[in-house]
Ligand binder design. Structure first.
Ligand code: IPE
Ligand code: IPE
Ligand code: MG
Length: 248
């Protein structure tokens, strides 16, 4: 079924976050090595970014590599980093043509030098684009991010720039990597796993979660549209009752 025409353009989420999972299983199904799955996942990245930009989604965050993924076999980690460097440099032109700004969240300094360089170059080359912001979560984990935020806040208190009584949710937001980025209204995970895997724990507090059995390399524009339609048919109550929302 085609889902694009079912989307209500007045009720689009501003921010969609995706856990791109299932590359390894996809490759195994084809009798190939895991990296073959990662390579084929690039097309799904392209499709999702393009679909989001065409619709006018302001932010798309893609979980590309977690802190825990460093514990994978070294040859997979190296191959993934090479794929990342190659993809980022090859896609910068398309990002600019589509007016997409690139940003990244995570412990970026832990990335290999060439990867870090390419990433920063692409971020710099696309910084004036305003249509959609693509946020890559790289060497990212939410517990790392929250720990980091705690350290920064403690430092501000130690330096007398902040007092304990002044700490609000805003203080925490401002010290996360996602400072300035609205919370995702919709979080999608592919591959049939029903978990968060250390992704945006603070930011997903009230997000609608959508799980699909599709493996990431099979994910296409229509799958994103389907998730958006599903999201648009939900009632977001934020702790209130259904009646309160209707009479508002
Ligand atoms: C997601 O696919 C990509 C990354 C985590 C880098 P996986 O590599 O986790 O694929 P599965 O879950 O093993 O199938
Ligand atoms: C989550 O996928 C991380 C990314 C998609 C980058 P994993 O495949 O690493 O998650 P777990 O280990 O199965 O929870
Ligand atoms: Mg996985």
């Amino acid at each position: 079924m085609e889902f694009k025409e079912k989307i209500n353009l007045e009720k689009l989420p501003q921010h969609i976050a995706i856990i791109m999972d299932g590359n390894g299983r996809w490759a195994k199904q084809q009798g190939e090595q895991r990296i073959f799955g990662h390579e084929n996942g690039v097309k799904s990245v392209r499709e999702s970014v393009e679909a989001a930009a065409e619709l006018g989604i302001k932010y798309l965050t893609l979980y590309a590599f977690s802190t825990e993924n460093w514990n994978r076999p070294q040859e997979e980690v190296i191959a993934l980093m090479q794929l990342l460097v190659h993809t980022i440099s090859a896609e910068t032109k398309t990002l600019n043509e589509n007016k997409i700004r690139l940003q990244a969240i995570g412990d970026l300094k832990s990335l290999p030098d060439d990867c870090y360089r390419e990433l920063h170059e692409a971020i710099d080359n696309t910084k004036n684009n305003t249509r959609t912001t693509l946020v890559l979560a790289l060497s990212y984990s939410s517990r790392w991010e929250i720990t980091n935020a705690m350290k920064q806040i403690a430092e501000q208190i130690e330096n007398k720039k902040l007092s304990v009584l002044e700490i609000t949710e805003e203080t925490i937001n401002a010290n996360l990597c996602t400072a300035g980025i609205p919370e995702p209204e919709l979080m999608i995970r592919t591959s049939g796993e029903h978990r968060i895997s250390n992704f945006l724990l603070w930011q997903l507090a009230y997000s609608e979660l959508y799980f699909t059995d599709k493996l990431w390399p099979d994910f296409r524009k229509n799958d994103l549209y389907e998730a958006i339609v599903d999201y648009q048919n939900r009632e977001r109550r934020f702790g209130k009752t259904s009646e309160q929302l209707i009479t508002k």
